[in-house]
Design a protein around this ligand. Structure first.
Ligand code: HEM
Length: 265
């Protein structure tokens, strides 16, 4: 009995060890029931998967799969050939890392680049959503096939400093987004109504509140916030060290609850 137990534990131990070594030495990705080996691509390799000659109508037999890269992660998007095949509307994304265009919407040669160093929080989160979109389809439709050597991964497939910094910034952006959500529950947005030839009428439902143009940290766009006149520091405890800046719209009264901002101001 003892010998039998010893043999069983030896076999279990050996199998676990082999699994550990295999999974750590060969990074794998599950695609449904299929296991895909991760590949390290250089830009030239990736170009081969841009689907030239692969029509989006799906009638032609695919010679090569369609791959696109985002933030250096290479995904097989062959199953979406109606989008990514030639003439499919988004065919420009294949064979390259066009991370920037996923948020900028600039699909020209100049726009289809990987550099997003100047992106603000919101734009970074937009990129993260797209990466998650491709990852979330990993149970069948799209799947990760490897990493692109360059801006985001080195020749060993390890994240570069640029990528590590972006991931850190993304963590902060997520926290700020949560904070902002809580803050905006306390300091509500204005109602806004655009009238041709007149401009935008901002208004606050509460007569004790007044419209201000509010710039939030880490974001280049502003919102109209209804600030409470008798409590200027409202919601500040949520923001901790972070800051918002408020501007009175030009031509508006500081304590009025409505404010018309002409299109030319
Ligand atoms: C930054 C701008 C945009 C980007 C980066 C973008 C990107 C994409 C991508 C990658 C797909 C394919 C998704 C997949 O693989 O399933 C897609 C699908 C689609 N896009 Fe866009 N798009 C943008 C703007 C727009 C706009 C402005 C419209 C509409 C006016 C639009 C309409 C659509 C539609 C209708 C689909 C197909 C959805 C479906 O059938 O599931 N897109 N878009």
């Amino acid at each position: 009995m003892k010998t039998y137990l010893a043999i069983v534990s030896l076999l279990v131990g050996a199998t676990s060890f082999m699994m550990y070594v295999y999974l750590n030495v060969f990074p794998l990705q599950m695609k449904g029931k299929k296991i895909v080996d991760m590949k390290i691509f250089n830009a030239e390799d990736l170009k081969k998967y841009s689907g030239i000659g692969v029509k989006s109508n799906g009638k032609e037999k695919l010679e090569t799969p369609l791959y696109l890269a985002i933030l250096g992660k290479v995904f097989d998007v062959t199953a979406g050939r109606s989008f990514y095949g030639e003439g499919g509307g988004y065919d420009f994304f294949t064979g390259i890392d066009g991370t920037r265009a996923f948020v900028s919407g600039n699909f020209t040669k100049e726009g289809l680049i990987d550099d997003i160093d100047d992106f603000d929080d919101e734009q970074l989160l937009g990129i993260k959503q797209w990466v998650e979109f491709y990852e979330s389809k990993s149970d069948g439709k799209y799947f990760l096939v490897g990493y692109l050597i360059g801006r985001y991964y080195d020749s060993k497939g390890k994240p570069t400093k640029i990528l590590r910094d972006i991931l850190k910034r993304l963590e902060t952006a997520e926290l700020r987004k949560e904070m902002k959500k809580k803050y905006e529950k306390i300091v509500p947005s204005c109602n806004s109504h655009w009238q041709q030839g007149k401009g935008t009428l901002y208004s606050c439902d509460d007569p004790d509140r007044s419209p201000r143009e509010e710039f939030f940290f880490g974001q280049s766009n502003s919102r109209c916030a209804c600030i409470q006149m008798n409590e200027p520091g409202e919601g500040q405890e949520i923001l901790k060290k972070e800051k918002v800046t408020l501007h009175l719209y030009s031509g508006c009264q500081p304590t009025a609850s409505t404010c018309l901002v002409s299109d030319t101001s």
